[in-house]
Design a protein around this ligand. Structure first.
Ligand SMILES: Cc1cc2nc3c(=O)[nH]c(=O)nc-3n(C[C@H](O)[C@H](O)[C@H](O)COP(=O)(O)O)c2cc1C
Length: 180
C-alpha cells in the first residue's frame, strides 16, 4: 500500500525557520509518510499580473501539491500578532486557481513564535483565513510553540515533553481524519 502524502507549509521563508523545523517534527510524529515541503516564496498577488499572465507556475504547483496531499500541515510565525504576509499571499494566490484544492482536505494548523504565547493569536487568525476554503481543520490539540528558537536540540528535535505529547496527539488526530 502506498504511504500517505503529507504536505508541509511554513509561513516563514528563512532557512533556519523554526516553523519549518516544527513541520519536520510533525512529519516525524505523523509516522511513515511521503513528506514534502511546499514553497511559499511566490510573487505578491497582483490582479494586473494575473490578468496578463494568468496563474504563475509556482502557484499552480503549490495548488497541485495541496490537491494531491492526503493532509496538509501549516505552521505560521506570528508577526505583530498575526500570521505572516507570506502565508496570506499564498492562500490568496491558491484561491485564484481552479479546483478548490483545500475543499474537504484534512489540515492541522500550528504556530511557532518567539513570544510566550507561541503565536496563539496568529494561529487563531489563520484558522479564520482558512474558513472560505472549507478544509477539514482539526480543532485540537492546539500546538503553539513558544520561545521557538530555544525549542529544538541540535538534531532539530523538540525537547519539551509537553510539546512532544501535544504534537503526537495532533498528528494521531490528523491520521485519523484522513481515514475517516
Ligand atoms: C516583523 C516581525 C514581527 C514579529 N511579531 C511577533 C509577535 O507578534 N509575537 C511573537 O511571538 N513573535 C513575533 N516576532 C518574532 C517571531 O515570532 C520569530 O521571528 C519567529 O522565530 C519567527 O518564526 P521562524 O523561526 O519560523 O522564522 C516577530 C518577528 C518579526 C520579524
Amino acid at each position: 500500500m502506498s504511504q500517505h502524502q503529507l504536505l508541509g507549509l511554513s509561513g516563514a521563508l528563512r532557512g533556519g525557520s523554526t516553523n519549518a523545523s516544527l513541520l519536520r517534527e510533525a512529519a516525524r510524529f505523523f509516522g511513515p509518510c511521503d513528506f514534502i515541503e511546499g514553497d511559499l516564496n511566490l510573487p505578491l498577488y497582483d490582479g494586473d499580473a494575473e490578468a496578463e499572465s494568468g496563474i504563475p507556475d509556482a502557484v499552480q504547483k503549490l495548488a497541485d501539491q495541496i490537491a494531491a496531499a492526503d493532509a496538509v500541515v501549516i505552521s505560521t510565525p506570528e508577526y505583530n500578532k498575526g500570521p505572516s504576509g507570506v502565508l496570506k499571499n499564498a492562500l490568496d494566490w491558491v484561491s485564484r486557481t481552479k479546483g478548490s484544492p483545500w475543499s474537504g482536505k484534512p489540515v492541522a494548523v500550528m504556530s511557532a513564535a518567539a513570544g510566550r504565547a507561541g503565536g496563539e493569536r496568529a494561529q487563531m487568525i489563520l484558522r479564520g483565513f482558512m474558513v472560505p476554503f472549507r478544509p477539514r481543520i482539526l480543532q485540537g490539540p492546539e500546538m503553539h510553540l513558544a520561545d521557538s528558537s530555544n525549542a529544538f536540540d541540535d538534531n532539530g528535535h523538540i525537547t519539551s515533553e509537553l510539546y512532544i505529547s501535544t504534537l503526537t496527539e495532533l498528528m494521531d488526530n490528523l491520521r485519523r481524519e484522513i481515514n475517516r
